[in-house]
Design a protein around this ligand. Structure first.
Ligand code: GDP
Length: 700
């Protein structure tokens, strides 16, 4: 039985730049929605969302768990409690955790984007905004920290319009700013509110103060026009001078927000307990329920594209979007149900890897407690424990009617680190713990170096790996020594070439005979690897094909220049010969490896390196030093823009990752501590010759 109709469910995320106040806003949300009974300030280190110890210390949110809460908009009857169910999906602000942002965007239906009212739009707000665009996530904005010195609603609102979207529409204006921030005018209903009670929980309506009347009237007019523009019928009535009901206006805003044609903007101060309740009302009014969105797409068992409606009575399908290690219950798998119903004690099929899983318990995570539930329905989010083979991004489905939902595409790691256990005891726990961490995070990989018996971990950036090592210690009690971070170089070829590989031993007894001709050709950047069998007329029997591919694969994995894996090339086996008695798999494997290696060596092999997209924000006066420094790091400056606020400059550049180690320290010292930067992986590019030589000689 459905306790909450699907149209009264909201799966939302709060997206923000670090420090914009996401944690504080989330806490207020949990407080007002009645689950969290105490407001924990971030600096006290006892927030509800950040339950991982190190997140508290770093003050950033890394994991994306989901928390369930309930809300009734303030306008609705007082006796109606818990009218709406919210699943609050946590999203991180740090760019090294792009994958976390993406995976949460994949499963949420709408987002609240929080801004710092002093800084307005910041670099990561832009990056995250673009991701949200990619996933077509409907959004509302909340300009936070209006009580802070230097805060400006108007300037922040303009920065959203200029830098993020022309569709932003202000729904409120503040009464006063900085320490004069007293209340909020709702421009739609034309009412004024202040916030009383220890935690602002009492929203008190007052007449609009005189000094705001004129401006509020004017902006109300602008708002109504922007709304009716979205609806032809309403527009006609408006032009005829007819009054359009509040409910109808809200419906129009809702529809336009869901279609990404309007982005409503709200404001307040989470810290001072102002405005968050209206933001929650807006989630109800304007952000979609699962039923407002198109059916989810996927591939059925025969690989045909298919759809699933958000209905309880159709076959079950869900996406596992987060695997987390919980200190109390062990491994928790968070999943979002797209269709059907799941009951505890039942079996599901993991259609991504073909394994069956038993769902022993279904758990709803509240802010301060876990609630065991019997079933979970379409559109909802819940967690389960004890899944054995399910990783982040996998689809769970009904056994008979399988579907593979569109997966989240994760980028390849660009940086790696050698680690070794400090003691024997650490050694035993290390591999198990690393496996758990990699189940949680698909951008984190583990590899062992067969030659040195060392373990190599790789990920998306320095901070990413730092945090992994930290978690090994804190959560799993594993102490490790770490090496220097290494760039994940790759190898490829520039030209086509052909080569022969022959492995023949025929001197007495049973011999060996393998013989292959191979052609190698470059492919486009990002194309990966392709093997083609073009051997005709049975000159080499098909049974040796797997061995030939294995030989190629071995060379592919370790490259020919400096031990890096090869990408973006095609290998075609097109000729060869065999011997009735002496041919063996081993012989063909060796022959293929020789042919492939020789071919690659003739095809002008080169090294590729990851290039990062870097955005640097600095006060004008440091322009010369900073751009000079970027150039000396082999960086290409692509754009320089003025930031309206505080005469700042924004530099967009592409810089090789290998030149960006420790950049945080450099930018600080170059700019007297005032510069900031963000970076993310962009693409792979050829390493210039002189530098490639150093890498090959092991000098870099
Ligand atoms: P997050 O990094 O986005 O999660 O941001 P936090 O919620 O941790 O907030 C960063 C800092 O800003 C903390 O010191 C908060 O106390 C402070 N902060 C958050 N919201 C407000 C606000 O509305 N006004 C003021 N003045 N400070 C705030």
């Amino acid at each position: 039985m459905r306790e909450y109709p699907i149209d009264k469910t909201r799966n939302i995320g709060i997206i923000a730049h670090i420090d914009a106040g996401k944690t504080t806003v989330s806490e207020r949300v949990l407080f007002y929605t009645g689950v969290s009974h105490k407001i924990g300030e971030v600096h006290e280190g006892d927030t509800v969302m950040d339950w991982m110890e190190q997140e508290r210390e770093r003050g950033i949110t890394i994991t994306s768990a989901a928390i369930t809460a309930f809300w009734t908009p303030q306008g609705l009857a007082k006796d109606k409690k818990n009218e709406y169910k919210f699943n609050l999906i946590d999203t991180p602000g740090h760019i090294d955790f792009t994958v976390e942002v993406k995976r949460s965007l994949r499963v949420l239906d709408g987002a609240v984007v929080v801004f710092d009212g002093v800084a307005g739009v910041e670099p990561q707000s832009e990056t995250n905004w673009r991701y949200a665009d990619d996933f077509k996530v409907p959004r509302i904005c909340f300009i936070n920290k209006l009580d802070r010195l230097g805060a400006s609603f108007e300037r922040s609102y303009q920065s959203i319009l200029e830098r993020l979207t022309p569709y932003a529409v202000r729904m409120q204006i503040p009464d006063g700013e900085e320490d004069q921030f007293k209340g909020i005018v709702d421009l739609l209903v034309m009412k004024y509110y202040i916030f009383e009670g220890a935690h602002g929980e009492l929203v008190v309506e007052k007449p609009i103060p005189d000094h705001l009347k004129e401006r509020a009237d004017e902006l109300h007019g602008v708002l109504i026009e922007k709304i009716v523009e979205q609806d032809e019928q309403a527009m006609t009535e408006y032009l005829e001078g007819k009054e359009i009901s509040l409910e109808r206006l809200r419906q129009i805003v809702r529809k336009a927000t869901i279609e990404n044609k309007i982005v409503p903007v709200f404001t307040g101060s989470a810290l001072k307990n102002r405005g968050v309740q209206f933001m929650l009302d807006a989630v109800v009014y304007y952000l979609p329920s699962p039923a407002d969105l198109p059916p989810v797409k996927g591939l059925d068992a025969s690989g045909k594209e298919t759809e699933r409606e958000f209905k309880d009575e159709v076959p079950f399908s869900a996406l596992a979007f987060k695997v987390a290690t919980d200190p109390y219950v062990g491994q928790l798998t968070f999943f979002r149900v797209y269709s059907g119903t799941l009951t505890s004690g039942s079996y599901v099929y993991n259609s991504t890897n073909g394994q069956q899983e038993r769902i022993s318990r279904i758990i709803l995570m509240h802010a301060n407690e876990r609630q065991e539930i019997k079933e979970v329905l379409a559109g909802d989010i819940a967690a389960t424990v004890g899944l054995k083979a399910t990783r982040t991004g996998d689809t769970l489905t009904d056994q008979e009617n399988t579907i593979i939902l569109e997966n989240i595409v994760f980028p390849e790691p660009v940086i790696s680190l050698r680690i070794e256990p400090k003691t024997k005891a650490d050694q035993e726990k290390m591999s198990l713990s690393l496996k758990k961490l990699s189940d949680e995070d698909p951008t984190f990989r583990i590899k062992s170096d067969v030659e040195t018996a060392e373990t190599i971990i790789s990920g998306m950036g320095e901070l990413h790996l730092e945090i992994i090592v930290d978690r090994l210690k804190r959560e799993f009690g594993v102490n490790v020594n770490v090496g220097r971070p290494q760039v994940a170089y790759k190898e490829t070829i520039r030209e086509s070439a052909q080569a022969e590989g022959k492995y023949v031993r025929q001197s007495g007894g049973r011999g060996q005979y393998g013989h292959v001709w191979m052609k190698v050709e470059p492919m486009d950047r990002g194309a990966g690897f392709e093997f083609v069998n073009a051997i005709k007329g049975g000159v080499v029997p098909n049974e040796y094909l797997p061995a030939i591919q294995k030989g190629v694969r071995e060379v592919l994995d370790k490259g020919v220049l400096a031990g890096f894996p090869m990408v973006d090339l095609k290998a075609t086996a097109y000729d060869g010969s065999y011997h009735e008695v002496d041919s063996s798999e081993i012989a063909f494997k060796i022959a293929a490896a020789t042919a492939f290696q020789e071919g690659v060596k003739r095809a002008k092999p080169v090294l590729l390196e990851p290039i990062m997209k870097v955005e640097i924000i600095i006060p004008d006066k440091f322009m010369g030093e900073v751009t000079g420094d970027v150039s000396s790091r082999r960086g290409r400056i692509e754009q320089m823009n003025d930031r309206a606020v505080l005469s700042l400059k924004v530099i967009d550049a592409k810089v090789p990752l290998s030149e960006m180690f420790g950049y945080a320290t450099s930018i600080r010292s170059l700019t007297e501590g005032r510069g900031t930067f963000t970076m993310e992986f962009s693409h792979y590019e050829e390493v210039p010759n002189n530098i490639a030589q150093l890498i090959i000689e092991g000098k870099k």
